[in-house]
Design a protein around this ligand. Structure first.
Ligand SMILES: [Zn+2]
Length: 359
């Protein structure tokens, strides 16, 4: 099972800060409509595609989020600079010196996060970094009035990172923004494709959620529509295979296969479900890695605690440099994650799900 580079490129290049996922939703709707029996959208924008199997049960929910970390226009200064509110967890040092797109009612407006030039800094200032409140966007507006009338910038406009997809030097290392969680969406599309030829027992719901980065909001509302018996969240894992990050902080490595989360701030997986994932991986010669993080939150948590609760596991594609303009993933990890999740949903008949759900 392999993923098409074109869809990866399209998904990662699409603009979709939290709450403004429209362009990503359009891609997901286009891709999932031919693969689904029904498509619906919940009240805050999550897209729920479902495919019937041999019987009505179990209800299996896949989820991946459409939003990416970004910014929002707070106000424009009298001389035309844009001050912002962050949407999601961004380091101050990841904001500086980058290109951005302000999504206005008149269309996209290009801007950069400017900074004070090195020539005028004291030695202490040079190594101190920048404070969030001192950072601003420069869109080439000459005044507040020019920003509003000519460029169409309004308070509340979303601001997306501007960074284009590239297969890094023609290799299997794929560079782009927003792999968190466009890579989960790409995997979900291919899993839905896999059940066209081998239908599963129950109903498969592929849910593209909104507003994950600001508090798992779309996963909450969509879980209340789907009412899952069991859930599989597909996310970006935290790779720890570069200088300055340790195995105590994160454990995944690029090129070493899908990850299974065992701990994050929001969720503990069901261990019978973890064991089922291990069995499926072993049966199909798919390498597996495990991830234990002290921080991090993910949509699986909302699936897990909706209604009376459901067993959920979070499966990840490892990503380097999450929540920056330039993340890197490995193509083989994507293909192996697609295979793992596709084989896993085939296993989830009612008896198996009952077994996982028995305490
Ligand atoms: Zn994510």
């Amino acid at each position: 099972m392999t993923v098409d580079t074109k869809i990866l490129e399209e998904l990662t290049n699409a603009h979709g800060p939290s709450g403004f996922e429209g362009p990503v939703r359009d891609i997901m709707r286009r891709e999932l409509e031919p693969l689904s029996d029904r498509i619906e959208v919940d009240g805050i924008g999550s897209l729920i595609a479902s495919k019937d199997g041999a019987s009505n049960s179990p209800r299996i929910m896949l989820a991946a989020h459409m939003d990416e970390v970004g910014l929002m226009v707070k106000y424009v200064t009298d001389d035309g600079y844009v001050k912002f509110q962050a949407l999601g967890g961004l380091l101050d040092s990841a904001l500086i010196g980058q290109r951005w797109v302000i999504l206005t009612h008149k269309g996209p407006v290009h801007a950069v996060t400017g900074m004070k030039t090195v020539h005028v800094m004291t030695p202490e200032e040079r190594s101190a970094g920048f404070k969030r409140d001192d950072i601003f966007l420069d869109a080439g507006a000459t005044s507040k009035e020019d920003a509003a009338s000519r460029l169409g910038i309004r308070p509340g406009d979303p601001i997306a990172p501007d960074s284009k997809f590239e297969a890094l030097n023609g290799s299997d290392y794929l560079l782009g923004k927003a792999w968190d969680d466009r890579i989960g969406l790409a995997v979900m599309i291919e899993v839905m494709r896999s059940v066209q030829e081998s239908p599963i027992q129950g109903t498969l719901y592929a849910v593209s959620t909104v507003q994950e980065e600001v508090g798992l909001r779309g996963a909450q509302t969509s879980s209340y529509i789907v009412k899952p018996d069991i859930g599989i969240n597909i996310e970006s894992g935290v790779a720890a295979d570069y200088p300055g990050i340790t195995q105590d902080e994160a454990q995944e490595r690029l090129g070493s296969g899908p990850g299974v989360f065992l701990h994050d701030t929001t969720m503990l997986p069901n261990l019978k479900l973890r064991d089922l994932v291990i069995d499926v991986a072993e049966e199909n010669d798919i390498p597996l890695q495990f991830e234990v993080l002290a921080g991090y939150g993910e949509d699986g948590a909302e699936m897990q605690r909706s209604f009376g609760g459901a067993p959920v596991v979070n499966i990840s594609v490892p990503v380097r440099y999450l929540h920056t303009h330039n993340g890197i993933i490995h193509r083989r990890d994507i293909d192996q994650t697609i295979e793992l999740v596709s084989k896993l949903v085939q296993k989830l008949d009612q008896a198996t799900v009952d077994g996982v759900r028995s305490f």
